[in-house]
Write a protein that binds this ligand. Structure first.
Ligand SMILES: Cc1ncc(COP(=O)(O)O)c(C=O)c1O
Length: 337
C-alpha cells in the first residue's frame, strides 16, 4: 500500500536534506575509502554554528546520538553506580545504564514534565549520571533555562547531567535552555543532539555531543575509530548548511502544531503543548491501542505510549498539512464510530 502514513517514529516526513543527499550521492564513488578529515570538518562546522566560544574540541560525533549516549554512559557508569532518569522518557538511558552494570533510579514526571527538584531529592551518593530528555520524549514538554540553572547549582559537583536535545531545534519558547551558557560556566553538563530529526538523516546515523573539553576528552576514550563513514560525515556536514531544508522543516512543524491544537480543541481531545516535532494526546475517549490499531487499518501509523509506561496516550509525529489533516480525520472517524 503506497499511501501509508508513518507518523509514529518522529522522522522528518520531508525526507533528507537535499544538500545532504547530493553530497552522499557524490561521495558514493569513494565508498571504498575510510573517512579522512571528514569528521573534523563536521565538528568544526558544528562549533561554528553553535558558537558561544565553543571549539571543535568541545564536540564529538557518534553513530547516531544513541552512540554518543553510549560513550557517555560507558565513561561514567560501572557496577555499583547509578543513573537518575525521569519516568517516562526515552528508553535508551535505562538500557545503557544496565548495559554497563549500573542501576537506574526513576523519578516520576510532574504534570507530564521532567521534575528536576524531585531528581535532586532522589539522588544518593552512588549517582554519577543524570539524564534529562529536553524536550521530553514522549510528552514534548520541556524544562526551562532558569530551572536548569537552579538544578545545576544544587546537584553535587562530579555528578554529570546529560541533556538529550534530540528535538531542541523545534523548540521556540524563549525559556528553552541555552546549554552553552552552562557549559562555559563550567558545570558538569553534557549535551547530545542528532541529525536524525530536523535534518531527516535517521539512516545516516550521525549524532553529536558537546561539553567542557576535559569531560569530552574522557568520553572520547570510548569512541571507536571510524564509528561513522565518509558518506555519513559528508551528508551531515552538507545538512548543517542546508538552510532551506532547515527552515522548511521548522515551518512545517510550527504550522502543524498550530493546526493540531485547533483541530484537537474542536474534537475535544486534550493534548500537551509541544516543543517537539510530535504531539502527545492525553485523556482519550477510548483505548489508545484500539485507536492506533484502527488507524493502522486505515494506513496511518501512530504511536501508542504504553511501551513508555504511559498507557492511554498517543504520540503523533507532525507532518505536512494534508498529512496532519488525514491524521485528524482518521482519529475523528474512529472515536465517533
Ligand atoms: C530523545 C531521543 N534521543 C535520541 C534519539 C536517537 O537518535 P539517533 O537517531 O541520533 O540515535 C531519539 C530517537 O528517537 C530520541 O527520541
Amino acid at each position: 500500500m503506497s499511501d501509508i502514513l508513518k507518523v509514529g517514529s518522529n522522522e522528518n516526513v520531508l525526507g533528507p536534506s537535499p544538500k545532504a543527499k547530493e553530497a552522499v550521492v557524490a561521495a558514493l564513488a569513494d565508498a571504498h575509502l575510510y573517512p579522512d578529515r571528514h569528521e573534523d570538518t563536521l565538528l568544526e562546522k558544528l562549533a561554528q554554528r553553535i558558537g558561544d566560544g565553543l571549539t571543535k574540541e568541545n564536540f564529538l560525533s557518534g553513530n547516531g546520538s544513541c552512540d554518543v549516549l553510549r560513550m557517555i554512559t560507558q565513561t561514567f557508569i560501572r557496577p555499583g553506580k547509578k543513573s537518575l532518569i525521569a519516568a517516562p522518557t526515552f528508553s535508551m538511558y535505562e538500557l545503557l545504564t544496565g548495559m554497563f552494570g549500573g542501576e537506574s533510579i526513576f523519578v516520576p514526571l510532574d504534570n507530564l514534565t521532567v521534575d528536576l527538584d524531585a531528581m535532586i531529592k532522589a539522588g544518593d551518593g552512588d549517582v554519577v549520571l543524570v539524564f534529562v530528555c529536553n524536550p521530553n520524549n514522549p510528552t514534548g514538554t520541556f524544562v526551562m533555562h532558569k530551572q536548569v540553572g537552579e538544578f545545576l547549582a544544587k546537584i553535587p559537583a562530579g555528578v554529570i547531567t546529560v541533556f538529550d536535545e534530540a528535538y531542541m531545534e523545534f523548540a521556540d519558547d524563549p525559556e528553552f535552555p541555552r546549554m552553552t551558557e552552562f557549559i562555559t560556566a563550567g558545570y558538569d553538563v553534557l549535551v547530545t543532539r542528532t541529525f536524525s530529526k530536523l535534518h531527516g538523516l535517521a539512516s545516516l546515523r550521525v549524532g553529536y555531543g558537546f561539553g567542557r573539553i576535559d569531560l569530552m576528552d574522557q568520553v572520547r576514550q570510548h569512541k571507536l575509530h571510524f564509528n561513522s563513514g565518509r558518506l555519513a560525515y559528508l551528508g551531515a556536514a552538507a545538512a548543517v548548511d542546508d538552510e532551506a531544508h532547515i527552515q522548511e522543516s521548522l515551518a512545517m512543524v510550527k504550522n502543524g502544531r498550530r493546526y493540531f491544537y485547533q483541530a484537537f480543541d474542536k474534537i475535544g481531545i486534550r493534548y500537551l503543548p509541544t516543543q517537539s516535532n510530535f504531539i502527545f494526546l492525553a485523556d482519550l475517549p477510548m483505548d489508545a491501542n484500539y485507536i492506533c490499531n484502527e488507524a493502522m487499518t486505515r494506513g496511518v501509523i501512530l504511536r501508542p505510549t504504553d511501551p513508555f509506561g504511559l498507557p492511554g496516550h498517543i504520540r503523533i509525529t507532525i507532518a505536512r498539512q494534508a498529512e496532519n489533516e488525514r491524521v485528524v480525520d482518521v482519529i475523528r472517524e474512529i472515536i465517533k464510530k
